[in-house]
Design a binder for this molecule. Structure first.
Ligand SMILES: Nc1nc2c(ncn2[C@@H]2O[C@H](COP(=O)(O)OP(=O)(O)O)[C@@H](O)[C@H]2O)c(=O)[nH]1
Ligand SMILES: [Mg+2]
Length: 369
């Protein structure tokens, strides 16, 4: 399942620094054939303690974590929606991502020029969000101008679709014109389904990423406090990261060195580990595992998936030919110690097509093609 998160923000806020730190230890691309391989796309493994614990108990030949793609989206400046900067090119990239990490400069450094001359998170966020709202507005207006024709279409599918889209898009137009993000509108699941085809940018979930200096990590500075206020009103999450520190950590060679560095800095996890985890949660993603002697592997699925859908993530044949799934939970493995003991304790279950997969399930699919 290809899941990706776009990194946006004004120029010089630290996007590329964070992106480069994130992707300094790239995942082995061969394991992830569905990924996009482009210079501004990085495949980042999602660290998961449970995967390490399963590996210890099963001792497979190899362990493959699940991943998330990060896309460094440059070119967002005032006027981007009108083609300023990299304008349209950037907008094309951002329409394709599942979630947005919005980097906000919350560090002071006279050596690093701010595009508007001073560090002002509220103003920066407004600028970016305004451009994104304008970009969506353009899509809405274009569709609205085509609707009268579509409404008169002989094709019932076309006219029917236009009819349900009309009131939603009209409401959305007003909302966007006021500079608001579409995600702050009240829209039902059905509404969302009807407008899915437009890939609205401001409907995507957002995570604000405060790029702070080292002091800002332990205590929120004024800039961070401001971002938190905005995010709260917006229903978005905020995390802090120190781009400079992350790039120092990522330059270290071994995991041991990285762990020592973090400990010395008084940190439990790197900002990047927190970011990948948060991005994962933001998207409502969960993990199940497959575990055999050859390979222990983590797989990403959307919460609510039933067993055949989850199987389809491994291979479409698994979904088509799904028969049943043998399932136990990783916590049972951790408490009982071995797969054999899990079986003896009666914790291994056979589930059918209607089973809703749980985060942390260890699954063996039976299928027939
Ligand atoms: N002091 C400080 N400088 C940073 C930090 N993160 C990035 N920079 C510097 O800010 C400048 C712009 O960073 P860059 O990642 O290229 O920004 P982008 O334009 O958003 O991609 C570079 O000179 C970075 O070294 C940070 O956390 N602290
Ligand atoms: Mg950059």
């Amino acid at each position: 399942m290809a899941v990706n998160c776009g990194i946006v923000g004004l120029p010089n806020v630290g996007k590329s620094t964070i992106f480069q730190a994130l992707t300094s230890a790239p995942a082995e691309a061969a394991n992830y054939p569905f990924c996009t391989i482009e210079p501004n796309v990085g495949i980042v493994t999602v660290s998961d303690d449970r995967l390490d614990e399963i590996t210890k108990r099963i001792t497979p030949q190899k362990t493959i974590p699940t991943i998330i793609e990060f896309v460094d989206i440059a070119g967002l400046v005032k006027g981007a929606s009108k083609g300023e900067g990299l304008g349209n090119q950037f907008l094309g990239h951002i329409r394709q991502v599942n979630a947005i990490a919005h980097v906000v400069r919350c560090f002071e450094d006279t050596e690093v020029v701010h595009v508007n001359g001073k560090v002002d998170p509220a103003d920066d966020i407004t600028t970016i969000n305004f451009e994104l709202a304008l970009a969506d507005l353009e899509v809405v207006e274009k569709r609205l101008s085509n609707l009268p024709k579509a409404l008169k279409s002989q094709n019932k599918d076309v006219s029917g679709r236009a009819k349900v889209q009309l009131p939603i898009l009209e409401k959305m137009k007003e909302h966007l014109e006021a500079g608001n993000a579409a995600r702050t509108m009240e829209l039902s699941e059905d509404d969302l389904d009807v407008i899915k085809e437009f890939n609205f940018i401001t409907l995507k979930p957002v995570l604000y990423l405060c790029n702070v200096d080292e002091d800002g990590l332990s205590e929120d500075n004024e800039h961070v406090k401001e971002v938190k206020k905005i995010a709260e009103a917006d229903g978005s999450k905020v995390i802090k990261i120190c781009g400079k520190l992350e790039s120092e950590i990522s330059a270290l060679e071994t995991d041991e060195e990285k762990a020592e560095f973090l400990e010395a800095a008084g940190l439990e996890k790197s900002g990047l580990q927190i970011l990948t985890k948060e991005a994962y949660d933001l998207l409502g993603l969960q993990t199940y595992f497959t575990a055999g002697e050859k390979e222990v592997r983590a797989w990403t699925f959307k919460s609510g998936y039933k067993a055949p859908q989850a199987a389809g993530i491994i291979h479409t044949d698994f979904e088509r030919g799904f028969i049943k799934a043998e399932i136990y939970h990783c916590e049972d493995l951790f408490s009982l110690g071995t797969e054999q003991k899990v079986k003896e304790a009666g914790k291994l279950r056979i589930e059918g097509k209607e089973y809703v997969v749980k985060d942390g399930d260890i699954i063996h699919f039976r299928f027939n093609v």
